[in-house]
Every structure is written in C-alpha cells, then in structure tokens.
Design a binder for this molecule. Structure first.
Ligand code: NIG
Length: 394
C-alpha cells in the first residue's frame, strides 16, 4: 500500500525489487524480474517506511516527574525545556551520541526509515553547535532550534541576537533547516520573525513550532516566510486554515506536481501527553492542506518514537481514513522535509513513497492489510524494515 497518490493505493499479490539503495521495479508478483535474493512476505502488508519529520532526539536526562505533575493537573509550559537543557549540557559527547543512536534504532525498529531531529537543548553557541554536529552524524535531516527557549539570566532580545548571529553561523555547516518556537513563554512574533529572516538569509529551509498552546502568529508567519512546515497547529482560526490552504493553491495532490506549500504537521502523541486538543487534521485536509503526522519524540511533551501510535490515533480519534493517516506519516513527512521528489538523475532520492528510482525504504507489517494499524491498536505490528535497501536489524 502506498497512498502517496491518493486512496486507490493497494496492489495485491505484489512484489518489489531493490537494486542497491533504490527501488528498481514494483508490480504484480507474477511478472517480477529475477532477483539474486528473495524474501517471501507471506501475504503481509507492505508500506513505505515512516518519515518522521519532527523530533527532538538530542537530549539527556529525565522529565517523568513533570509528566506525573501534568497527570495531577499541572499545565505544560515551555519552562521544562530548561531542565533538559541542564542535563544535556552536562552529558559528554559519547553519552549524547549513544542516547541518540539508541533512539534512532528504536524508531527504525518501528518502521521509521527517514528521521529529522532538532537542536534546542543546548541554547548557547557551543552547546547548540555540539548538538547539531552530533545530530548530523546520526540522522537524515537536522534542524537548528536555538530559538527553543530563552535561557534564564539573558535578555530575550539579546538572546535572539545571539541566535540570529554567532549561533546561526556556528551551526550552519551541520544543518539544513531552522525552526522557531513561536509561542507564549517562548519567542514572540517579532523575535520569531527576526529568527526566520536571519535563517532564511543564511540559506536554511524554514519550519515553525506554531499554535501549540494557544492561538498565535506561528501559522501566519510560517506561510508568510514560505516555511516547509508549521508544526503542532492545535489552535487554528479560520484565517489560519485559509492561509495554509492558499499556500497549496498551485499544488496537485493527485499527481504530486506544482509548488508545495506549508505542510501542517500534526503531533497527536504530544497532544495527548500535554492534554491539548488534537490538531484539526480532518478540517485541514478538507480545506486542501497537505498534512504530516510525526512523533515529536522529546522528553517533555511526547516521549515516543512510535509513528504507528500516531497513525492509530489519527484514524481512531482525528477522523482520518487509514490511507490518509498512512499518507500523512510517509509522503506527508517527506513533503514537510521537501524529500518527496528525486529520482536516479537527481541529487536526492525521494522517500515516503514507493516508485522506481525512489529510495528502497519498506515497512512490512505483521498483518494482511494496513487497516490492522487501527484495528489492532497498540500491537507491535512491524514485521521487517528495509532502509535504503538494507534490512534493519530487529
Ligand atoms: O515540540 N514545543 C516545543 N518543543 C517541544 C517540547 C520540548 C520540551 O518540553 O522539552 C515540542 O513539544
């Protein structure tokens, strides 16, 4: 099953042929070309690997006490980021790398074959650069999130200057993306605008944490700056939905052609953990907005790498069909990272969809159809995973 091009997406009795890291052929098994090695999937459902386009995996320490307090009625606030900042700064490179590798392995074992992660728990020049360097040695796409929280003891405007100047210059060799937490308790609209402009001028692609804890300027800023994604999107006004939809005006979702707009990335595991309303994924889709589903794995608001859990929640609680949820967790994530195109002749290979020349990322379920992800919620349904043509140990 590959819903990248819509819901008519299931081929039965199918085979797929890999050649090195690429898909070389796919179609009816009876017509499959000869291969050097064969794996009989035994009638199991096969999907593109998950593309997890929003995580914060470079961290040390524990926030379970904060989670327990939340269960007892406390509200989530951005302030908890400082607790992880302290623990992350105190960890050595070896430990930070080992923790990150463990999280990547956990994600891969659950079917994630492309992973984005962010800095954002260093929050000074040296520590943000270290996080970016370590992340770039382990994950596929790295995002600079120096604008995650203003650390105690520094003026917010001075810190914004630091992010836009020396910090940005230092992380630049390691990152492809920049992000800003535009929210009450984090960065104001003006500060966010400054960060986005500086990072854009430095050549980075843009993403925004927006409208997570209340209505705000995040979505409008993301659209204004042509960001690839705005993430969280829990509190949207009709004007926010309209602005997102307008950004996709030139896009044909059926053929995947035209100019991509700003993806609305929904993070249901985070919404549940922080007891925020689930993002209005159904409304966004109906308005013509491309959406992504991502884990947002981090120690404060969403301590899970399970994309299957996000898909299950999107189907059971957010009004998405199985095909829509899988599309959002594969092709939608690829769109949010602008990794949705690319073939043999291009500088990058597309991920998040199955086609000749795309990267050989395949997720085999221990189930006869993808509907089992919602039909058997919480069950460990991953049977086997291939990443760039290589079987993931598991
Ligand atoms: O995406 N919202 C901001 N950043 C993270 C949470 C970080 C934390 O609390 O440690 C998020 O939810």
């Amino acid at each position: 099953m590959d819903p990248a091009r819509g819901t008519e997406s299931v081929l039965t009795q199918a085979a797929v042929l890999f050649e090195g890291e690429r898909i070389a052929w796919l179609g009816p098994a009876a017509q499959a070309p000869a291969a050097d090695e064969a794996h009989d999937a035994g009638g199991r459902a096969a999907l593109p690997g998950w593309v997890d386009s929003h995580t914060h995996l470079v961290f040390a320490g524990d926030r379970s006490a904060e989670f327990a307090a939340r269960l007892a009625g406390e509200e989530y606030s951005a302030g908890g980021i400082a607790v992880t900042m302290e623990a992350t700064r105190a960890a050595g490179d070896y430990d930070l790398t080992r923790l990150l590798l463990g999280r990547r392995a956990e994600a891969a074992a659950g079917g994630t074959t492309w992973l984005e992660t962010k800095t954002g728990y260093g929050l000074d020049v040296e520590q943000e650069t270290r996080s970016a360097r370590i992340a770039s040695s382990v994950v596929d796409d790295v995002t600079f999130l120096g604008a995650h929280l203003v650390p105690d003891g520094i003026d917010a405007e001075d810190y914004t200057d630091l992010v836009c100047g020396p910090m940005l210059a230092a992380v630049l060799p390691y990152v492809r993306w920049a992000d800003v937490f535009c929210e009450r308790g984090a960065f104001t609209e003006d500060q966010s605008r400054r960060v986005l402009a500086a990072c854009r001028d430095a050549g980075l692609g843009l993403r925004v944490h927006g409208n997570q804890l209340g209505p705000g300027a995040g979505v409008q800023l993301a659209v204004e700056f042509g960001a690839a994604s705005v993430d969280h999107v829990n509190y949207l006004s009709p004007a926010d939905v309209q602005a997102l939809a307008a950004s996709w005006g030139d896009w044909n979702a059926g053929t995947g052609t035209g100019t991509p707009g700003t993806v609305a990335t929904c993070l249901p595991a985070c919404d549940l953990s922080t007891r925020q309303p689930l993002a209005p994924a159904r409304e966004l889709l109906d308005a013509g907005v491309e959406i992504a589903l991502a884990s947002n794995c981090n120690p404060g608001t969403s301590y899970t790498t399970s994309m299957a859990f996000c898909v299950t929640t999107a189907v059971l609680q957010m009004g998405l069909s199985v095909a829509e949820a899988i599309r959002a967790a594969t092709y939608g994530g690829a769109l949010a990272l602008r990794r949705h195109t690319g073939n043999d002749a291009d500088g990058q290979r597309a991920v998040g969809s199955l086609a000749v020349g795309h990267r050989a990322d395949l997720h085999l379920l221990n189930a006869p159809s993808a509907a089992y992800l919602a039909y058997r919620p919480g069950m460990p349904l991953t049977s086997a995973v291939w990443r760039a043509g290589e079987r993931v140990p598991g």
